[in-house]
Structures are given as C-alpha cells and as structure tokens.
Design a protein around this ligand. Sequence first.
Ligand code: CO
Length: 216
Amino acid sequence: MRLLPQLIENNRKWAASMVEKQPDFFERLAEKQTPELLWIGCADSRVPANQIVGMMPGEVFVHRNIANVVVHTDFNCLSVLEFAVAVLKVKHIIVCGHYGCGGVKAASENHHLGLIDNWLRHIRDVRQKHEAVLREVTDEKDRFDRLCELNVVEQAHNVCHTTVVQEAWANGQSLAVHGWIYRIQDGLLRDLSVTISGPGEIAEAYRVATGLHVRA
Ligand code: CO
C-alpha cells in the first residue's frame, strides 16, 4: 500500500501547519475537550462531519453509522449519546443525513444483501410508516430524496425519546435536537426544521416535518 506512507507524511505536514498557526493548539486540546455539538451522521466518506461545518478538532463529538440510524437498543450509539450529553454537556445534537444515501437506497429496494439487511430494516420501517406520503411522490428521485429526509426526522425523533435526552431535559439541561440533510452535489446543508429543545416540542415538530400525528 503506497498510500499509507503518504498519509503519515500528510499528518506531519498538517500537525506542523496547526502548530504554526497556534503554537499551543495540541497542548490545549490534550488537556480537555469541550465540544458543544454531537453529530450523528452517515458513515459515507463524502459526508465528513467536521469539514462540512468548518469545525476544528475538539469542537464536534461524532457518531457515524450506515444511514445515520438511531436505534434504542444500539449500545454503541447510546453510549456516545450518554457521554456527549451527560458528561460533555453538549448543547446541540445534529442528526445529519444526506441525499443519495446508499443505505437508504438499499432499504428502498428489495434485494437481499446479507447481515446489513437487519440494520436496513430500521429504514424499511420508516418507509413503511410513511408509505402513504411516499406513494404520492410520483418521481422516483424525489421519492428517494423524501425518504432520506424522513429517515432524518425519524432518527432525530428517536434521539428525543432516548432515556439520555429525556433525563437531560427533566434535569433542566439546555439541549436541542436538530435534523439536517446534506446534498453531496453542491456541498450544502439544509435544516429540516425539526429542532426540538424540550419534550413538549416533540409531537409538533414531528407533525410538521412528516405530516403524521404522534403522541410525545
Ligand atoms: Co449514507
């Protein structure tokens, strides 16, 4: 692998350029992290959390998986969430999906791929739940876009219902959950207007974003 020595070389240059700009950058970073954001995004290599929002090391706590799914039994995701909220006291949780998501696409087709089908089942559930809305979208590409958006809304909704976030709100902690979507074609983010900063806002935000009524 000729690429790997190049990576180490790139790293040396990057570290040197950071020190040039701010001599104590790494020393200060080594003392502690104080990120205000938790980013839950897709593992897709084209959607790197820090870069697309212009944040430095130390500014975003990140969890990524295929299709930015938040499942109530996923202890990996829940552990990240708990550490970010209870220990780091982040102020914002951003669930960020993206158009053209391969995970969402795979879930909207009925091929069997193997182990991942079990993971994608969560997105198939989203598709099923919003079948009526999706059926009305006649253009296939628009329907795929809409499913990518609905997946973000559903996962943001799941974040709000975790014990971690519910407890934080019950304790009066300032914490807002957001649903964003990124378009790889133009590099731009869009806010899906599902910002929720307390348990009383869940149902209304969900209704507006999906057209469905739920009990909070
Ligand atoms: Co994706």
